[in-house]
Design a protein around this ligand. Sequence first.
Ligand code: MG
Length: 345
Amino acid sequence: MTLSFRPILLELRHPFRLATGSRTHTNAMLTEIHFEGFVGYGEAAMPPYYGENHETAAAFLRRVAEALVKLPENLKLSGSSIQLILSETDALALGNHAAKASIDIALHDLWGKMEGRPLWQLLGVEPDKMPPTSFTLGIDEPDVLRQKMLEATDFQIIKIKLGSENDHQIIRTIREISDKPIYADANQGWTNPEAALDLVHWLAEQNVQIIEQPFPKDDLDSAAWLSARSPLPIIADESFQRVADLDRVADSFHGVNIKLMKCTGISEGFHAAKAARAKGLKLMIGCMTETSCGIMAAALLAPLCDYADIDGCWLIRNNPFEMPILEEGKIRLSNTAGLGLKLIF
Ligand code: MG
């Protein structure tokens, strides 16, 4: 089994402004795992705030490549053998969550192709339960937001980045042009719980449906205070990465945002979804700025979730894979083998 990888700079259609800063591109690493004439595609999408980049990913993936090449040639790829391989790669180094996800995704895609079946079938996913995905608008001036809304016509839900001093203005601008439901993400940008609660009450009146990550990720006390009083579900994103974090955040939020690039991939993502449900938490499936590869992998988890925000590949100019198909604002899981990806360049 051989692993190859290549760095790519994903160019954003619009500079993306969050409470934590602005950016025009995201580092990603595309992986391919070759085995018995088949190829599985994977991806690591690495926003700067989680500390991974082309160099860290390449260093980690070189070690994984050495381990994969030693696997027996008669290995039968299956859900459980993938699990074993992933446990070994996870133990190679701490962190490297996105790089680990790129291995997890490629192995799953490979498995589906070798079985000649769509991955969603192999994993027992129910496509009928696919929730609509939101389309994210970064913080921007009203004229730019109006322009971006035109690009969101295929989506039924808008996701807005809040956490600046203009939160009311941003929502009012969106409401002048659309009455679609809104998911709001403060990206750790709020600091005062009582002011946040006032804002959340107002947002609820504007048909905002959830609030993501209101306060800095380690401020669980403020999150718990707000969650106890909020009329809207409060969802942990930056405060929650891997399944092991659930115990720490479960009492402070109503739900968690699972992202493959945080939780090391499809395998742990399913595990986290099940464990979070067992704790009575709501589930959101999210993404980074990603290609169709990461998005189609995340879409496998979406039917288990209450909310989906897996629009990353619609936000970039240079998606190296064919775009996913949207039907009534929902991503359609492919009926071709594996993830159903078609590499263009
Ligand atoms: Mg978020």
